[in-house]
Ligand binder design. Structure first.
Ligand code: NDP
Length: 318
């Protein structure tokens, strides 16, 4: 296998809104950023349809098209965008070492991590078939499309509880499908769900299939795991809120993370526990998870990287 070595000032890992925004800022600051896109170039938004909540697109835009715009803007200022995945990293000494596609080693003065998080899915073929056509993993993004309609949401954690109450403000009825006989969410969140008149909670209920007419979702087939009774609930929208997995496996043991694998950053910044390594977007944010918040933190990461490099070049005398 060939071994090439290359040194860069700023390496960006990941190509969602956070990565591309970091690239735009880093390129305009002349850091000559190199970006590795990961296997899903463009990130989670390439799997969505309409995006109506990203400022600057008054008519809304399709997710994949928006990510194309991000990419073009990053390229316009000279970002070197490469398709490839980072297989290992070594942050034990500066410059940091990054191995790409298991063969190419790059050293970098700064690394911006924007690898995102992956929504967990139930794993049903019908869920994939109707993804973007009634099935969604983000109520804040897509709830609006189901105004006045009946929807279901699966999950029993804080996200499901929060999204159910969010949906209840827009939708006629929200069916919450809870697989056990209780929620995992905090008491306060559960109380809010139970006090919302147009939310119907179905305990001991598992999703068997999402039903549709070939174009849109029409119902969800559920089974009660205590009685084995199978029934259909008529809905136009089906939301999956069973958690996310941050894409941080390659950073295990090197970067500080919480119990669920989200990278920890110094509050109010994108600084990780390793000098010169910055994290932005969903990989360090389990709460907001929006394209616009990811983009905002991508900007912060590039500014943090730029200031870190400037301080190294011109240290302030004590
Ligand atoms: P969690 O991992 O906390 O919850 C996932 C939920 O999905 C669980 O209730 C689980 O059920 C259920 N689930 C998992 N797999 C399936 C399946 N195949 N079928 C049906 N149900 C399934 O994820 P969240 O995204 O809710 O929360 C992640 C973290 O973020 C938590 O720490 C949470 O507290 C935090 N958070 C906090 C918020 C806030 O404070 N405002 C808002 C949102 C999140 P079971 O309980 O049976 O295992």
């Amino acid at each position: 296998m060939s071994q090439e070595n290359e040194h860069v000032q700023c390496l960006i890992i990941g190509s969602g809104p956070a990565g591309y925004t970091a690239a735009i800022y880093a390129a305009r600051a002349d850091l000559k950023p190199v970006m590795y896109t990961g296997m899903q170039a463009g990130g989670q938004l390439t799997q969505t349809t309409d995006v109506e909540n990203f400022p600057g697109y008054p008519q809304g835009i399709m997710g994949p098209e928006m990510m194309e715009d991000f990419r073009k803007q990053a390229e316009r200022f000279g970002t070197d965008i490469r398709f490839g995945y980072v297989s290992t990293v070594d942050f034990s000494s500066a410059p940091h070492k990054i191995v790409v596609d298991e063969v190419k080693t790059i050293t970098a003065d700064t690394v911006i991590i924007a690898t995102g998080a992956t929504a967990k899915w139930l794993g049903l073929p019908s869920e994939q078939q109707y993804n973007g056509f009634g099935v969604s993993a983000c109520a804040v993004c897509d709830g609006f499309f189901f105004k006045g309609q009946d929807v279901a949401i699966v999950g029993a954690g804080d996200t499901a509880a929060e999204e159910a109450t969010y949906l209840a403000k827009l939708c006629k009825t929200v069916h919450v499908l809870v697989r056990r006989d209780e929620f995992r969410a905090s008491k306060a969140m559960v109380s809010r769900v139970l006090a919302t008149p147009n939310i119907v909670v179905h305990y001991n209920t598992e999703t068997q299939e999402i039903l549709g007419n070939g174009k849109n979702v029409t119902a969800v087939k559920v089974v009660n795991n205590k009685t084995n009774v199978v029934s259909d609930i008529a809905v136009e929208g089906f939301f999956v809120a069973i958690g996310h997995k941050p894409n941080t496996d390659i950073f295990q043991g090197q970067l500080d993370m919480d119990d669920t694998g989200y990278l920890l950053t110094k509050p109010g910044s994108t600084l990780t526990n390793i000098e010169g390594v910055f994290a932005c977007g969903d990989v360090q944010d389990m709460y907001y998870r929006q394209a616009v918040t990811a983009a905002g933190s991508g900007c912060m990461a590039a500014l943090d990287a730029e200031r870190y490099l400037a301080a190294k070049e011109h240290p302030v005398e004590a």
